[in-house]
Design a protein around this ligand. Structure first.
Ligand code: NAD
Ligand code: MG
Length: 394
């Protein structure tokens, strides 16, 4: 395998798994050159990533962080940039393959820079797709970019989507998160550390909280709808605590195809990196006899209102999904910083959506440009911040 790659969000959880995959494939003889990496902060982790990957260019998000980043990366023979333009430059520099693993809508601009030059984009960041939706997909088509889903459920669907025209339904599986069996009272009192203690996956804090509210699954429903072109009614969610079946595709003849594997993000990452081939990766092999059984249950829409909010947003239109994801980012941040309680997250999202709907109405303004997307995103963040401040004061 010969590849030139860039990794956006190299210091995160997906970034770390991507480095492991690159290291292993290199040890097995692959010729992988790293053009660029980006980081939100954490210069010591970035320096270690640069030591292992040997990129030509490294960008940090903070525009005031150039001198510190240069100092941390000195001696590594890497050009350093800082600020939003440097993140975009990292993605715009020539490489065959770009891992999009910045968290949140902050990943949109850099990811679009990769899309606009027709790169192959391994898409871990779901928020940029939920945020820009149809515009993102149209841009990928227009510029000849290849989108390879890395989110494990979407990667699973992509792997078994043999006959896209003959699909009846999709099923996204969900682990159920740390509060699958928790009472509403326990959820009301949940701390950030409890919410981030995911039973199956070790991930960044934002997606971990999203998994605890099931907002992650709702965002994934929107992601699946935009990526694969299915309406909301054709996508089911099934709780499957073992996280062994990563999703299912139901065909018109009654056949159901699933992708199974131990829960390890190196599998979808290596799939995207080797695609259309597959590469040998030393992940734990699935032992079904040892597991004995797999279990399934329907999601509880009362304790987990996020799924319903996401379905409503998807039916309403792309301005609503932009707003939902933005409001959720603000609410999750407020929860992680201890300003609001766990159950307030979905409440803030719901109230922010209602406030925006009342102000202008979503259906009338499906964004037709990225500037409009940014305006809706900003309005939703402002509304969510106001509501969070009121809740914190109550
Ligand atoms: P993380 O928090 O561990 O890492 C996020 C990365 O983005 C870090 O490199 C961080 O420095 C960078 N970053 C944060 N804020 C930034 C900003 N404002 N500007 C530029 N860079 C910034 O998150 P993660 O768990 O690696 O998840 C990354 C993305 O992948 C998320 O969108 C998540 O939903 C998605 N994803 C993650 C997993 C997983 O297993 N971790 C699985 C599926 C999808
Ligand atoms: Mg997922």
């Amino acid at each position: 395998m010969t590849r030139s790659i860039s990794i956006l969000g190299v210091t995160g959880s997906i970034g770390a798994s991507t480095i492991e995959v690159v290291d292993e494939l290199r040890r097995n003889g692959a010729d992988i050159a790293v053009e660029a990496v980006t980081a939100g902060g954490n210069l010591s982790v970035l320096a270690e990533a640069c030591r292992r990957l040997r990129p030509r260019f490294a960008a940090v998000a903070d525009p005031a962080g150039l001198a510190a980043a240069r100092a941390a990366l000195s001696g590594l023979n890497v050009e350093v940039g800082a600020g939003p333009a440097a993140l975009v430059e990292a993605a715009a520099r020539p490489s065959d393959w770009v891992m999009s693993a910045i968290v949140g809508a902050a990943g949109l601009e850099p990811t679009m820079a990769a899309v606009r030059r027709g790169a192959t984009v391994a898409l871990a960041n779901k928020e940029c797709l939920v945020c820009a939706g149809p515009l993102f997909i149209q841009a990928a088509k227009a510029h000849g970019a290849t989108l390879l889903p890395v989110d494990s459920e979407h990667n699973a669907i992509f792997q078994v989507l043999t006959h896209p025209e003959r699909v009846e339904r999709l099923t996204l599986t969900a682990s159920g998160g740390p509060f699958r069996t928790a009472s509403r009272e326990a959820m009301a009192a949940a701390t950030p550390d409890q919410a981030c203690a995911h039973p199956r996956w070790s991930m960044g804090r934002k997606i971990s909280v999203d998994s605890a509210t099931l907002m992650n699954k709702g965002l994934e429903l929107i992601e699946a709808s935009y990526l694969f072109g299915f309406t909301e009614e054709k996508i089911d969610v099934l709780v499957h605590p073992e996280s062994t079946i990563h999703s299912l595709v139901h065909y018109v003849d009654g056949s159901v195809l699933a992708q199974m594997a131990t829960p390890d993000m190196r599998i979808p990452i290596s799939y995207a990196l080797a695609w259309p081939d597959r590469a040998a990766v030393s992940t734990a092999r699935l032992d079904l006899a040892a597991m004995g059984k797999l279990t399934f249950e329907a999601p509880d829409g009362v304790r987990f209102p996020a799924l319903g909010l996401c379905r409503t947003a998807l039916r309403t239109g792309s301005a609503a999904t932009t707003a939902l994801s933005a409001a959720n980012e603000v609410a999750v941040q407020a929860f992680l910083e201890g300003r609001i309680r766990f159950l307030d997250i979905c409440r803030i999202v719901e109230e922010a959506m209602a406030a925006l709907e009342a102000e202008a109405g979503f259906s009338a303004k499906s964004p037709s440009s990225f500037d409009q997307v940014r305006a809706v995103d900003q309005a939703a963040r402002d509304a969510a911040r106001r509501i969070a401040v009121n809740l914190a004061a109550a």
